[in-house]
Write a protein that binds this ligand. Structure first.
Ligand SMILES: Nc1ncnc2c1ncn2[C@@H]1O[C@H](COP(=O)(O)OP(=O)(O)OP(=O)(O)O)[C@@H](O)[C@H]1O
Ligand SMILES: [Mg+2]
Length: 386
């Protein structure tokens, strides 16, 4: 029986939580969200909002008591409490044991190595001083990439160390890993979904283009401009990775297509992902509906793309901070195929993710052309310049 009364608890009330709640409304699911403030994006779109800290054991445990299914929109949550809820018979997707591996980039990289999943060569270090010693001994040399093991997101835990001077000024503090600087031809993201019946469906690969300054995805292009053979390989790799992790729900697999044509797994996220926003407007099943299907053990939906799409993140303008204003929305809405999504964050700051726009068109080229216009026209600003 399809039971719409059971409560689904979501840790995190940001934009991903909001879009998950919006989709859940179609099936009348009772979405319940835990996050710090009822001002956050998901709060107005869920059946129940609980103020609390998703990193706090007691808060998460208390939140989970009357929920049947628990899921996340952010990895950095209290996994001990999720384990206790799992032991008490709650359905928790993704499993807390897997979350613990994914939360720590060191454990994540070890996992790839142990399971023969291709990934850039790496070594773990106690802290940046141990890494410097390894450089002095000639074990590592510039250029390389340093990543902090925990708490990195949106490129904040990543330092590209190119020169001896970078070694002195750019190294990040704390437990970390060093990784070979990979010559990247294209960055791809492939979102896979798996349910408890072990069905797997994979969305077509998405090509990511980065903002040079903010290290955030700027344009996201689907279908990716890669050969059908590479696309099939990327999909097969994503399927292998989700099966190896045994994740129920979504798993977004970020990959590098190297200049030598190899595919390497960079990192994964076991939740809806920035690279899947376009599916709302351009795929038969959106990533959000797919996540709900997967965590509720429903049949997975078709992942076929209905139309080419380009997604643009709406980032806070670098010169503005404060209560948000959106300029150029009307001009953009006048363009065919422009789908605007504003997250509802009250305050903007430089490069903050405030929304996104998906542009659908008959070809990727046409969508890209319109996306460039949208990027120039739609600006996220505030009353006063900072
Ligand atoms: N080994 C590497 N070689 C070359 N570039 C890399 C390497 N690792 C990371 N990068 C670059 O840095 C970006 C951010 O790295 P990564 O995805 O690991 O960090 P993150 O902070 O988790 O980022 P996000 O939250 O944006 O996904 C990558 O998308 C890629 O552009
Ligand atoms: Mg990443």
């Amino acid at each position: 029986m399809f039971d719409t009364t059971k409560k689904i608890g979501v840790l995190g009330g940001g934009q991903l939580g909001k879009m998950l709640c919006l989709e859940a409304g179609n099936w009348d699911f009772k979405m319940c969200v835990l996050d710090a403030s009822p001002d956050y994006p998901a709060a107005n779109y869920c059946a129940e909002f609980t103020s609390g800290n998703f990193n706090d054991y007691d808060d998460v445990l208390a939140f989970g008591q009357d929920k049947e299914i628990l899921t996340i929109e952010i990895e950095h949550v209290n996994t001990e409490a999720l384990k206790a809820l799992e032991a008490a018979g709650k359905t928790v997707h993704p499993a807390p044991a897997v979350l613990e591996i994914i939360k720590d980039k060191g454990l994540q990289k070890n996992f790839y190595q142990e399971h023969g999943i291709p990934t850039a060569t790496f070594e773990l270090f106690k802290d940046e001083k141990a890494l410097i010693k390894a450089v002095e001994k000639g074990k590592w040399s510039v250029p390389f990439v340093q990543k902090t093991r925990t708490a990195g997101y949106d490129g904040r835990g990543v330092a590209i160390i190119r020169t001896a001077e970078d070694l002195e000024t750019k190294l990040l503090k704390g437990p970390c890993l060093a990784e070979t600087l990979t010559p990247i031809h294209t960055e791809l993201a492939v979102i896979a979904a798996r349910n408890a019946n072990d069905e797997v469906e994979v969305f077509p690969p998405v090509e990511m283009e980065f903002h040079p300054e903010a290290n955030l995805v700027e344009f996201l292009i689907c279908p990716a401009r890669i050969s059908p053979l590479v696309a099939a390989e990327a999909e097969a790799l994503a399927e292998r990775v989700i099966r190896t992790f045994d994740v129920c729900g979504l798993l977004a697999v970020e990959m590098f297509l190297t200049n030598r044509g190899e595919l390497l797994v960079n990192e994964v996220a076991p939740r809806p992902h920035n690279s899947g926003h376009h599916t709302i407007d351009s795929a038969i099943t959106s990533q959000y509906q797919q996540h709900l299907r997967a965590i509720c053990n429903l049949p997975l939906g078709a992942t076929t793309q209905r139309t080419p799409a380009v997604m643009v993140n709406l980032l806070g303008h670098p010169d503005y901070s404060g209560p948000v204003l959106y300029a150029g929305v009307e001009e953009c809405l006048a363009i065919d195929g422009v789908h605007i999504h504003l997250y509802g964050k009250a305050v903007t700051s430089p490069f903050r993710k405030m929304g996104h726009v998906t542009i659908t068109a008959d070809s990727v080229e046409e969508a890209l052309e319109k996306a460039r216009i949208v990027k120039e026209t739609l600006r996220v600003i505030a009353h006063t310049q900072k």
